[in-house]
Write a protein that binds this ligand. Structure first.
Ligand SMILES: [Zn+2]
Length: 321
């Protein structure tokens, strides 16, 4: 995969990074109401030797900070100083959401539902436009780092595109605890990349607005695994104890609240489950009822909603087999 890639200049927003160079490039997006200009910083490392170009992106959702921390640590450790090919790093795409502790931009739009974007559109569409037109044309493949939305805690996992074998291969070699195919969502970053034949895998780990040390380590290890697989680096000092299996989930579903009440999970995220096992319960505040949530099949739980007070139908456990 990507073996015949040639060494090339990387050009983003009128700036060129030649082989052997590293550079920070800033794409101006918009101003805060106070007039402060907000730009998206992009780090590019272009190695001397030829190889593919990898995009590593974090903070597409502003409150999903584990991806931002994965990228920061890798910058700090010099992990992007690869031997072959080039790395384009977008440490924090949605700066507006990040400073507001929000998934969206201030007008409520989701950047990941605004692709391919509009040059002079609203804020989310502008951010998407710059990525689509300045960054994606330079990229051979990418890793989009996310965290569970709202209070949902994701055990580290990779999502790939079924109809794109390269994306499945990348998901395999990332070697997260779980990986599975998910449909392409209209106007998402992954769909726009797919339309341009660029495979993207999506990492999900931890919960929004909280650092999760285990998810951060799995994320770093996974990005390095991918870099090694495509020949960008020759070796990795493993951060994690070698895990034998990365579980491919061929079916997955949400178990939802059977009634409103307080949700009390009884299993740890990432654990294997047995058909009929009680995974948690929903109870009212006066101990007058308690409804169990049971596993419908043998498999794994890979996401748990940490919201304690739930309404009927709220997503509680994401499970798979
Ligand atoms: Zn996200």
């Amino acid at each position: 995969m990507f073996e015949d890639s040639e060494n090339k200049d990387i050009s983003i927003h009128g700036e060129t990074v030649k082989p052997g160079e590293a550079k920070w490039i800033k794409i101006p997006i918009d101003r805060l109401p106070t007039g402060t200009l907000i730009d998206i910083p992009i780090y590019v490392f272009n190695a001397q030797q030829p190889g593919p170009t990898l995009l590593v992106q974090g903070g597409l959702h502003g409150d999903e900070i584990n991806g931002v921390e994965i990228i920061r640590r890798m910058l700090f450790e010099g992990c992007y100083k690869i031997k072959r090919g080039a790395v384009i790093v977008l440490p924090l795409l949605n700066i507006f959401g990040f400073v507001h502790f929000s998934r969206q931009v201030p007008d409520g739009k989701d950047v990941n539902r605004s692709f391919p974007g509009v040059k002079n559109g609203s804020l989310a569409a502008r951010i998407a436009y710059e990525v689509t037109h300045n960054v994606l044309p330079q990229v051979d493949f990418g890793i989009d780092l996310h965290t569970g939305g709202a209070q949902r805690h994701n055990h580290p996992q990779i999502r790939y595109t079924e109809s794109m074998p390269e994306s499945k291969k990348l998901a395999e070699v990332f070697h997260a605890p779980f990986y599975f195919a998910t449909p392409l969502i209209s106007k998402s970053f992954r769909k726009t990349a797919y339309d341009r034949k660029i495979p993207i895998i999506v990492f999900e780990g931890g919960e929004s607005m909280r650092f999760d040390e285990y998810a951060i380590k799995e994320g770093i290890q996974g990005v390095l695994n991918v870099m090694k697989f495509v020949g960008m680096i020759d070796k990795i000092d493993p951060m994690l104890i070698e895990r034998k299996e990365s579980e491919l989930l061929t079916k997955h579903k949400w178990l939802r609240a059977p009634t409103a009440g307080m949700f009390v999970p009884q299993v740890l995220n990432g654990s294997s489950i047995k058909k009929g096992e009680v995974l948690g319960f929903v109870t009212d505040t006066f101990a007058s009822y308690c409804e169990e949530v049971k596993a419908p099949y043998n498999g794994f739980v890979f996401c748990i909603n940490n919201q304690a007070v739930v309404n009927q139908g709220d997503a509680l456990f994401h499970i798979g087999q």
